[in-house]
Design a protein around this ligand. Sequence first.
Ligand code: 5AD
Ligand code: FES
Length: 364
Amino acid sequence: MPSTCNIEIFTTVDFSIFPISMRELIDKLESTQILPKEEFAELLLCNDDYLFERARFKAQEIYGNKIFMRGLIEFTNHCKNDCYYCGLRAGNAHAQRYRLTKQQILECCKQGYPLGFRTFVLQGGEDPHYTDDILVEIVREIKAEYPDCAITLSIGERDYKSYERLFNAGTDRYLLRHETANDEHYGTLHPSKMSSANRKKCLHDLKKIGYQVGCGFMVGSPNQTIEHIIDDLMFIKELEPQMVGIGPFIPHSDTPFKDKKAGSLRLTLNILAILRLMQPNLLMPATTALGTLDAQGRELGVRAGANVVMPNLSPPDVRKKYLLYDNKICTGDEAAECVTCMQGRMKKIGYEIAITRGDALMNL
Ligand code: 5AD
Ligand code: FES
């Protein structure tokens, strides 16, 4: 449908002021994987659950009713960075810092394997204690003991050589949220020594090396506009990652953003749905932040197109110390508890957790 009408009498009427139907918009997004900015904005701001239906249908077409599970091992909460939103920032003197040893990390995997985990995600702050040598040894040992499992690292920005060594040691995937594709916005979320350019370079390096790569961003981070989110969608289209992590911003009381508002549930779900329709094969978690914002957040995430859940596999005594934001859920006593809980939650909405590595199905 043209945005302006050709008929003489209507030449001054701009048809973009009339919303084209949701169905047409979504068909267009599915076939072209991109939309003009105004149409992206319309979908982002829409209140029509039809968007979720279409996204859910798309996910089911590819992944059936299967949800992939990742065991999250939060192995260090030390961080040299000072991101204004994050509870682990170096400047937060209230954080009780910890590091897990190789043995403790292997113990998490040992607990996780019989529970059905076939991916272990080692996540941490940017902690210089974990040199390439130390990490290579950890990755090698996990791989030697669990050759049928995938290893994902999520440990921030490193140089090309380091990413290469970790990949050669057996790491399969790397998560590094780009946080925002807009340089100026990035500058309002991070101290000046960090840059969106370097973040993007890291993501391109990781892809080039051969990792399955995940980027992503928080919804409702301070100063974020709809235009920024559209830029994020464009960036994702260009990068073509295998995974995207989207969760609401939630303030942490010991950060400069303590008084900022949390992100919107609806907008987070709309973004998940749009991404599912744009890049149908994506692996997208229904995040813990979404579950923290709303008691049914993860279920709603799956019903809007997410297909991954990441129960916590960290040792019980450190869980309450890995606090990126306030009121984080799943900081309870046992790994098994989260798994059973998650299986039950998924079953209730008609999904089943698959015991598999859950690699992305690309180029279908
Ligand atoms: N609220 C929500 N998500 C956060 N993250 C960090 N701090 C917060 C917060 N306050 C996200 C960032 C980071 C990921 C590991 O967690 O996007 O990349
Ligand atoms: Fe952790 Fe429900 S998933 S308690």
